[in-house]
Design a protein around this ligand. Structure first.
Ligand code: TYD
Length: 338
């Protein structure tokens, strides 16, 4: 197939593009705006591969999207372009609404007009909001509680409306917290691993007892690939790793992997509106034939090892735009914590 992947220079997007090209033998066009977390180095290994093309641009740029879809005769679209970090959505909600809702709308409409035969929206389990007990099936109500998750919910509702209204064959995946190589170090695991390597404090929000279900990026991409080929139009599929862990337990574990002391953990002021727990019921995707294959302990060890041996990837990131963000997000918190 000729597939357009948006956000293919980002974390999940780059792993997905590589899988579709080298594993699936598809032709892939990667449309990426190369904002702060998009990194061409993530796909350097595909440069020169005739099955892979990179186009620099935004999913909200209607003339560009129209041209890319037509010129490359795209058959399927996977929208993995998004603003994704909850803490940044608290600082700057407008950017999230623009990219995750309006940008998605532009890509969706152009895809429909171009007669694309499958459109997969990469969404998140955060649209269900905080899940105190049990787990969310795809029918659970959407109760997003951050500007990030509200924007993702808006985007996917727009996508689903195209099935109802136009019969346009869309699918939505709601993945749980994803981790692995190439994740921008603003997120919990890569932030804590890279801080620990440098013997810097690990800023743990609140009591550190929030729960996330950790999904290895290769499992997440395998699931997206599976749904793209085998999913039913108009359907939503949860993707979970089946690895629920409290943040404190994850922090302690990665410190142990690195041989660093638990004293690096600092309990800092909580994130406003911090969701306590996410948990998804994946019965529907299991019935479609997908299962996760990476154990959390094995995946975390491999991820820690990747960051330990790829300083040339993350050091330039941490010294650039990231430094300003880190100061704003953490300086006062860390000072308060002493
Ligand atoms: P994050 O990676 O931001 O993902 P999300 O909030 O979208 O699930 O955070 C994962 C968990 O780790 C979440 O409960 C917030 C917590 N966390 C910290 O305690 N400290 C931090 O510096 C960050 C970035 C996250």
């Amino acid at each position: 197939m000729k597939i357009l992947v948006t956000g293919g220079a980002g974390f999940i997007g780059s792993h997905l593009v590589r899988r579709l090209v080298t594993g699936g033998g598809h032709e892939v066009v990667n449309l990426d705006a190369l904002k702060y977390s998009g990194n061409p180095a993530n796909l350097r290994d595909l440069e020169g591969d005739r099955r892979y093309r990179f186009v620099h641009g935004d999913i909200g740029d209607q003339p560009l999207v129209e041209r890319v879809l037509r010129e490359h005769r795209i058959e399927a679209v996977v929208n993995a372009a998004a603003e994704t970090h909850v803490d940044r959505s608290i600082m700057d909600p407008g950017t999230f609404a623009r990219t995750d809702v309006v940008g998605t709308g532009v890509l969706l409409e152009e895809s429909r007009r171009a007669g694309v035969s499958r459109f997969l929206q990469v969404s998140t389990d955060e649209v269900y909001g905080s899940v105190e007990t049990g787990s969310s099936t795809e029918e659970a109500p959407l109760v997003p509680r951050s500007p990030y998750s509200a924007s993702k919910a808006g985007g996917e509702l727009l996508v689903l409306s195209y099935w109802t209204t136009f019969g346009f064959p869309v699918m939505v995946t709601r993945g749980s917290n994803t981790y692995g190589p190439n994740q921008y170090p603003e997120k919990f695991i890569p932030l804590f691993v890279t801080n620990a390597i440098d013997d810097q404090a690990l800023p743990l929000y609140g009591d550190g007892r929030q729960c996330r279900d950790w999904l290895a990026v290769e499992d997440h991409c395998a699931a997206i690939d599976h749904v793209l080929l085998r999913g039913e139009p108009g359907q939503v599929y949860n993707i979970g790793g089946g690895n629920e862990r409290e943040n404190l337990v994850v922090a302690e574990r990665l410190l142990a992997c690195l041989g660093k002391p638990a004293q690096l953990i600092r309990f800092v002021r909580d994130r406003p509106g911090h969701d306590r727990r996410y948990a998804v019921d994946c019965t529907k995707l299991h019935a479609l034939g997908w299962r996760p294959s990476v154990s959390f302990e094995g995946g975390l060890n491999a991820t820690v090892e990747w960051y330990r041996t790829h300083e040339s990837w993350w050091r330039p990131i941490k010294s650039g735009e990231f430094r300003r963000y880190y100061e704003e997000q953490y300086r006062t918190r860390l000072n308060e914590a002493g």
